[in-house]
Design a protein around this ligand. Structure first.
Ligand code: AHG
Ligand code: MN
Ligand code: MN
Length: 344
């Protein structure tokens, strides 16, 4: 405790007591992730001053143009987390294949999966972006500590996450984490260089009057989502008998934090814009960590047809339809999906 404030380090050590078999590895890993987020926050805040805006001149495995800060943030996450012996491997939105820990680096019992910079299409227009991460146990390490991790080690349902979190690089830099015992938010005190507990036990209100969706895709939406949004737009005189507000930041981490603080529902549904894609957002390093956090805060996270954390991954960069937020609204959207299926 520093002048009555709880630092992230103190909090993690207390949390570690909840994680079965935790040996300090977990504490060390979370501290290394927090350090990476501080470094990324510093780079993001300097942007144009040090020539870091704009495109990196390459595409990632998703076929998306990489921003310079996508690549830099990815490198920071790798360098901050590969050396300490807590991990057997890493996987990232910005890397096609997994990154096994090997050579001079000592392997550890966890796997780290991350989106190093979420919402990065916003970076050149100075809108809030963030880093999303998910910690899993490494099956390879458990069976043979001397063996390299394999891609299939990462293909675990989200319900098996040990920890999930995201950093938010906005007016202030925040770190939101869960280890399965609720959701806690920390604010970076730049003068001290510490994340301070400022949002203990975050809860999502079960009802809301605010929804988030990229409305330019309306003509591609699946019917249950179109029905839900049309009813919201009908307002007081429609079937919901109340008016709704809409938000779309195109930075999922920022939407997630808003929903954590005042409720809401986020939808990036399956749409027919690109029939080959079952959704825009990625399961392992976007939907699952956010789903873990949202559920721990009393909300729900679904594909529309299935609880997100139950989805069995089949590929590292697998995309999914993603709907999450206030419990009663997400339940309504799931019901609309069931009614459609029953009518088929
Ligand atoms: P990323 O920057 O990591 O590729 O993620 C961006 C995602 C998500 O953050 C956001 O909600 C969504 O893409 C925005 O998609 P549109 O640009 O299609 O609205
Ligand atoms: Mn992302
Ligand atoms: Mn990204």
């Amino acid at each position: 405790m520093q002048d009555g404030r709880t630092t992230l380090t103190q909090f993690i050590i207390e949390e570690q007591r909840h994680v079965a078999g935790a040996t300090g590895d977990f504490t060390g890993l979370l501290n290394d992730i927090a350090t990476a987020c501080k470094v990324i926050s510093n780079a993001v805040s300097k942007g144009a001053l040090i020539g870091l805006l704009g495109n990196a001149g390459a595409e990632n495995v998703q076929g998306e143009v990489q921003k310079k800060l996508d690549v830099i943030s990815n490198d920071v996450m790798i360098k901050s987390n590969e050396w300490a012996g807590h991990l057997s491997g890493m996987a990232s939105e910005e890397m096609e294949d997994i990154y096994p820990i090997s050579g001079s680096n000592v392997r550890g019992k966890y796997l780290l999966v991350f989106d190093p910079l979420d919402g990065s299409s916003n970076i050149d227009v100075n809108i809030t972006v963030g880093t999303i991460f998910s910690i899993l146990r490494s099956p390879s390490f458990a069976s043979n500590a001397g063996s390299d991790c394999k891609t299939e080690d990462f293909l675990q349902p989200g319900a098996q996450q040990v920890c999930a979190g995201f950093a938010l690089y906005g007016p202030s830099t925040l770190l939101i984490i869960t280890t399965g015992h609720g959701v806690n938010g920390f604010t970076l005190d730049r003068e001290v260089g510490e994340f301070i507990l400022t949002h203990p036990d975050m809860r999502i209100p079960e009802d809301t009057q605010e929804f988030a969706i990229n409305a330019s895709n309306e003509r591609f939406w699946e019917w249950p989502v179109k029905r839900y949004v049309d009813e919201c737009l009908a307002g007081k005189t429609g079937p919901r008998a109340k008016d709704f507000n809409m938000r779309w930041i195109a930075s999922m981490v920022a939407e997630t934090y808003r929903i954590l603080t005042r409720g809401g529902v986020f939808m990036y549904p399956k749409d027919t814009k690109d029939p080959a894609k079952p959704g825009r957002l990625r399961l392992l390093y976007e939907a699952n960590p956010v789903g873990f956090i949202v559920e721990q805060a009393g909300g729900l996270c679904t594909t529309g047809l299935e609880r997100m954390l139950d989805v069995q991954p089949t590929a590292l960069h697998q995309r999914v339809p993603l709907i999450f937020g206030s419990k009663n609204e997400v339940e309504r959207i799931e019901r609309y999906h069931r009614e459609l299926r029953a009518a088929a």
